[in-house]
Design a protein around this ligand. Structure first.
Ligand code: SF4
Length: 385
């Protein structure tokens, strides 16, 4: 499998959603019609980015959001054409898009535009669960959308949410079993988290219980791993499971493996400069509001305001790479980490986590054990200086 630690990806954030889900803390807005001004700004921003990155071919182009399946297929085609003209798409580059099941009538057009991988926000097949999550599709719409996606795209991911209040192991076994049997080659199973500031966050503050407790969530997580493994979808990351190496998400692997990515569109994040050790890794955040983003591109030529450009210290770069790199089952290459950042995690912390059964060492790599994966962030914090 290719090492994506040296790769370049392009992430496009389309910030509109037909309905804002009550658990979502992404940078999202209700659309006020087709926003062609935003498309034009994104295309201009891409041209500006090309001057900074120089001629490096893209290993992935990912349309995220928000709901990029709300974009017109010919707009998607224009972005793909621009990316290919500006940087070039490397052989086998992944062109992926996140889709709402309700947009299934557009899937054939989106595929024709050049998208090869669809990540479908199914979340559940149960109408009552979908209503509780505030989703605007139902189980039968999800099933039809999966069929449409499988007939339109080479690669499909079915994205699910679990650990909502009241969900039993038996409920999840049924839902996940259906997802695994669809014929899709990739399953993302995300645990529902209650984020402050969201509608679910406010309802939780008022005393409602909307997610299962920690022990139940751990049981559901373990069941997820067991069922995916048994069905031939081993985990390659804490929440992601693929039938084969080719089914893994290149876009996400670039994040986890320490590659570079450009972020265009409102609120998009980017990382550029492969190594802080030899030149400086920069974190970028584009203006969040679509109007500010468009105005920024018009006046500065860039969607990233000065305040959205941060030089990462080698130490901060190492911490970020450790958090991301330990999420993947292949683990974190300590030699690569030291070469990229000039910094190391704490040897004593690593030994302690190995002794406690949360980490395993394999040559220069460390990786989370199944027990460690349940506590990924805590284990990572234990090994950081
Ligand atoms: S569709 Fe996705 S991005 Fe949009 S509000 Fe719902 S969870 Fe957030």
């Amino acid at each position: 499998m290719t090492d994506l630690g040296q790769a370049l990806g392009l992430y496009l954030h389309w910030p509109y959603c037909a309905r804002i889900c009550p658990y979502c803390d992404f940078n999202v807005y209700r659309p006020k019609g087709d926003d062609e001004a935003l498309l034009a700004a994104i295309l201009d921003d891409m041209a500006d980015w090309r001057e900074r990155t120089g001629p490096r071919a893209l290993a992935s182009l990912h349309f995220g959001g928000g709901t990029p399946s709300l974009m017109k297929p010919d707009w998607i085609a224009r972005v793909i054409e621009a990316a290919d003209r500006l940087w070039g798409l490397s052989t086998g580059a992944e062109i992926g898009l996140e889709a709402n099941p309700n947009d299934q009538a557009r899937f054939a057009g989106i595929a024709q535009a050049g998208v090869g991988r669809l990540s479908l926000g199914v979340q559940s097949f149960d109408d009552a669960v979908l209503a509780g999550l505030g989703r605007d599709h139902d189980g039968s719409g999800a099933r039809q959308a999966i069929d449409m996606a499988l007939s339109s795209f080479d690669r499909v991911s079915v994205d699910m949410i679990y650990a909502h209040a009241g969900q039993t192991l038996s409920d999840w076994r049924t839902e996940l079993g259906e997802a695994l049997a669809t014929g899709a080659g990739h399953i993302s199973a995300y645990q529902l988290t209650i984020e402050p500031g969201t509608a679910f966050g406010k309802r939780t503050e008022r005393g409602e219980t909307l997610a299962v407790d920690g022990d139940s969530a751990a049981d559901l997580y373990e069941l997820t791993g067991e069922m995916c493994e048994a069905a031939g979808f081993p985990a390659y990351e804490v929440s992601n499971h693929a039938r084969s190496d080719a089914d893994r998400s290149t876009h996400n692997r670039i994040y986890w493996e320490g590659g570079d990515w450009i972020g265009v569109g409102p609120g998009a994040h980017g990382r550029l400069g492969r190594s802080t050790a030899d030149g400086g890794r920069i974190a970028t955040t584009a203006a969040r509001r679509p109007s500010d983003y468009i105005a920024g591109v018009a006046t500065r030529g860039s969607g990233v305001p000065d305040a959205g450009r941060e030089q990462l210290s080698p130490h901060d770069d190492m911490i970020e790479r450790a958090f991301l790199g330990l999420r993947i089952t292949d683990g974190l290459d300590l030699d690569h980490l030291a070469a990229a950042t000039g910094c190391q995690p704490e040897a004593a912390g690593i030994d302690r986590m190995i002794d406690e059964g949360f980490l395993a060492r394999d040559g220069v790599r460390i990786r989370l054990t199944p027990a460690g994966r349940l506590l990924a962030d805590r284990v990572t914090r234990e090994i950081l200086p």
